[in-house]
Every structure is written in C-alpha cells, then in structure tokens.
Design a protein around this ligand. Structure first.
Ligand code: E4P
Length: 217
C-alpha cells in the first residue's frame, strides 16, 4: 500500500519524507489556503517546492468546474513538474475531463468521491486514482471503510486499473483498516502515519534493553 501525506505544509512533507515511507502528497484548495498560498506564481512555486522534497506523485487540484477550464488548468499544472497528478472533482464536466486527460497521457486523481457509482464512473473515464473520502462519510454516520470495500470489489470484478486512494483519513486505525481491506493508497495527516509507530510494549522493551545495557557496562 502506498502512503501519501495529505497536506501542503512543507515541514510536515519533509518530516514524512525523512521517515522513508512516503510515496506521494495530496493537496487541495483548503490545504493550500491553510498554508497561506495565494496567487498563481506562489501556487506554482509551492508545487515545485513540494516536488523537490518528495519523489512520488503530487496531486494538485483544479479550481475550474467547466470542461475547458479544467482541461486548461490541468495542462498548466502538469507543466509545473512531471510528478504532478491533476486532481479533478467528481462532477459531470470533471468526468469528461478525466477521459480527455486519460486519452492524452495525463495522470489524474478523481476527488470528492462518496459512492460506488461515482468510483465506477471515474474508473470508466480512465482516472489514475479515485479518492473516496472516508472520514467525511464517518462524520455523517455512514460507513467510510465499507465504501472502500465495495469499490475494491467492483474494481476487482472488472480488472479496473484505477487505484483506490483512501482519503479524508482521520486516525491511525483508518490506515490499518484500509490496508486490511485492500486500498491501494492512503492519504493521511502526518499524525495518523506516526501513530503507526506507537506501542507501549515497544517503549517498555526498549527501556529494559537500554537499562540492562547500562548495568552491564
Ligand atoms: C484528499 O485528497 C483530500 O485532500 C483530503 O483527504 C480531505 O480530507 P478532509 O476530509 O480531512 O478535509
């Protein structure tokens, strides 16, 4: 399973990269705004800075919601760096654009996916990644992980190559459970990734090893 970090914060991206387990980055307009990135040139520079830190895919989201606007923005985004993947919303004009990008060798991440039907449509249109938002589904008492399972089943039924990118991860157990049910990728805050490190028996065991070592000196 690939690990992406879901942030536009350069320090967190660098920390995740240094951990040695990072496969890519996802951003969105809210995450870019949180870092205070505004203005076309600053946005371009920020994506370049992210691509300089990581070696994997970096999802950059379009703002347009009309077909031609999405196409124009997507083409401009992929010019920034070869690692850029165009993030396209699950709307009718977005699906049309996914097909265009796929036919022209441009990699995509279909975002804001909340149902199996939407995931099926994204795969049919040739999306590279599909992003079901599991945390936002959980927030409204709907089974986010269940959606990942259903998409896995449908994609496996027909051999779709679109990768299931579990998004809107809220905590460490989301990552563990996504791995158990066969998500191809998770995109997560750094805190949830670092949560995978933790076990009290590891801390107790290490302390004992170190104290025994000190006693034997
Ligand atoms: C996915 O690519 C999105 O950027 C992200 O996972 C959304 O997460 P949120 O629901 O925490 O905003």
């Amino acid at each position: 399973m690939k690990f992406f970090i879901d942030t536009a914060n350069l320090d967190q991206i660098a920390e995740a990269q240094q951990l040695g387990c990072l496969d890519g980055v996802t951003t969105n307009p809210s995450l870019m705004a949180k870092e205070g990135i505004k203005g076309n040139q600053n946005v371009i520079n920020h994506y370049k800075a992210i691509c300089d830190i990581v070696t994997g895919d970096v999802s950059a989201e379009v703002i347009s919601v009309d077909y031609q606007g999405i196409i124009n923005e997507g083409k401009a985004l992929v010019e920034i760096h070869p690692q850029i993947v165009v993030k396209v919303p699950m709307i009718e004009q977005g699906v049309r654009a996914l097909r265009y990008f796929s036919d022209h060798g441009i990699r995509t991440n279909c975002t804001l996916v909340f149902s199996v039907g939407q995931a099926l449509l994204a795969a049919k249109a040739g999306a590279t990644y599909v992003s079901p938002f599991i945390g936002r589904l959980d927030d409204i008492s709907t089974d986010g992980l269940g959606l990942i399972e259903e998409i896995r089943e449908v994609y496996d039924n027909y051999g779709f190559q679109t990768e299931i990118l579990a998004a809107s991860i809220r905590h460490t157990m989301h990552i563990v459970n996504c791995a158990k049910i066969g998500a191809d990728v998770i995109t997560s805050p750094l805190s949830a990734i670092k949560g995978l490190l933790k076990h009290p028996l590891t801390d107790i065991g290490l302390e004992k090893f170190l104290s025994d070592h000190r006693k034997s000196q």
